[in-house]
Ligand binder design. Structure first.
Ligand SMILES: Cc1cc2nc3c(=O)[nH]c(=O)nc-3n(C[C@H](O)[C@H](O)[C@H](O)COP(=O)(O)OP(=O)(O)OC[C@H]3O[C@@H](n4cnc5c(N)ncnc54)[C@H](O)[C@@H]3O)c2cc1C
Length: 364
């Protein structure tokens, strides 16, 4: 157990519970700020960040009523280049821009409502989010359906290969002297460290009381290009297809197709629902007909850890424990910003060197 004089120890010891994208990004920031770090992780099966698509959506994630989330997202996008440089692997980046497209006029109206909201809240967004017509859509992505109505191009709103990202985060932590152990933490009082960061996604509920977290399940598919296939898109393609949303996120060998979002009746039923998979496949091939020749190599599902007000929960629980969870549909996007906030809570804002600009608040 930690002793009363722990604040005098150097380097100080930090235990991070949870090796998803949030836990690992916080752990890397702490290692780089001089902490001795040990990550405890219960494994891939319970990791939303493994299932996810890896979009770094900010303007395109803007929904009326989510003003604060939009601000945090813009802040976090700004920090991503620094984190990618720190990880030193250009192949983590899967796309740099996003193309939003609408199948029909009602879908175009929906996209326009979202864009109007973003432009009103982020005046500079007029430069980064601009309308595009059908011919420009075809010029940008020739593999998309020729029957799309219209869309928007979001410059600088890209995506990462989330599985490669997680691998590289783990390597960067251990290469810099941190430890990662595969175990499930059931009792924080058994952890010997000066400080503990609980970043266990939905698993945080078992360790910290009253988080109010709930799960939002999502199906996601991984398709692999064959030698007869058209190439994957180069943009993240986010489509509104007759009232439903579907996205295609490029990978070097194919695309990730996602994602459904709904509150599951049973959180232990983690297999993908047939209905969700069917909707995603039918919308994806209507959007990009050449996907018919791709191979379906994985149909997965994950549980997003969601907070009641849609904002991440980042707060001190007691003198030794900080909790960080509730990132919902945006945990990968929000990871670098979150790591800065956590380092500030730990009383160490040297994380600036890892994750970019300084924290200016905005989470609870
Ligand atoms: C279908 C789908 C698509 C998504 N797409 C995107 C996207 O495109 N962009 C984006 O930004 N976000 C996306 N997300 C959301 C994103 O995946 C989550 O917000 C993010 O993974 C949350 O990160 P986390 O580290 O808090 O939790 P997780 O990634 O769930 O990681 C939690 C970790 O804690 C471990 N753990 C749990 N309990 C314990 C314990 N008691 N002891 C030790 N370890 C424990 C688990 O094993 C796991 O490794 C998507 C999510 C889903 C489900």
């Amino acid at each position: 157990m930690a002793h009363a004089d722990t604040h005098l120890r150097t380097p100080r010891e930090l235990a991070v519970v949870g090796g998803g994208v949030i836990g690992l990004t916080c752990a890397l920031a702490a290692v780089d700020a001089g902490w001795r770090v040990r990550v405890h992780d219960a494994g891939t099966d319970r990791r939303a960040a493994w299932v996810a698509a890896g979009m770094l959506g900010s303007l395109g994630e803007g929904h009326p009523g989510e003003d604060e989330l939009l601000k945090l997202s813009v802040e976090s996008v700004r920090r991503w280049p620094t984190l990618l440089t720190r990880l030193g692997d250009p192949q983590i980046s899967a796309a740099t821009d996003s193309l939003f497209v609408a199948a029909a006029s009602a879908d175009a109206e929906h996209l326009r409502t979202l864009a109007d909201f973003v432009w009103a809240r982020q005046p500079r967004a007029h430069d980064d989010l601009r309308p595009v017509g059908p011919s420009e859509i075809r010029r940008l992505e020739s593999g998309l359906s020729s029957r799309l109505h219209s869309g928007f191009l979001a410059t600088g709103e890209g995506a990462v290969d989330n599985r490669r990202l997680l691998d590289r985060l783990r390597t960067a932590i251990t290469d810099s002297g941190g430890d990662i152990v595969d175990d499930e933490v059931t009792d924080l009082s058994t952890i010997d460290a000066d400080e503990i960061v609980v970043a266990a996604g939905l698993g945080s509920r078992a360790l910290v009381a009253d988080l109010g977290l709930y799960a939002a399940k999502g199906e996601v598919l991984r398709l692999r290009r064959t030698r007869w296939s058209v190439p994957p898109p180069t943009h993240v393609v986010r489509a509104r297809m007759h009232g439903r949303s579907v996205y295609l996120v490029p990978r070097h060998d194919g695309v990730v197709v996602g994602a459904t979002q709904y509150e599951p009746f049973d959180e232990t039923a983690v297999a993908p629902d047939v209905g969700g998979v069917t909707d995603l496949l039918s919308d994806a091939v209507e959007l990009m007909p050449g996907l018919r020749t791709y191979e379906l190599i994985e149909a997965g599902a994950g549980l997003r850890p969601c907070s009641p007000d849609g904002l991440p929960v980042v707060r001190r629980v007691d003198e030794r424990v900080v909790v960080v969870t509730g990132h919902g549909r945006n945990g990968i996007l929000l990871a670098p910003y979150t790591a800065d906030v956590v380092m500030t809570l730990l009383g160490d804002d040297r994380a600036e060197s890892v994750t970019g600009a300084a924290n200016d608040g905005g989470v609870r």
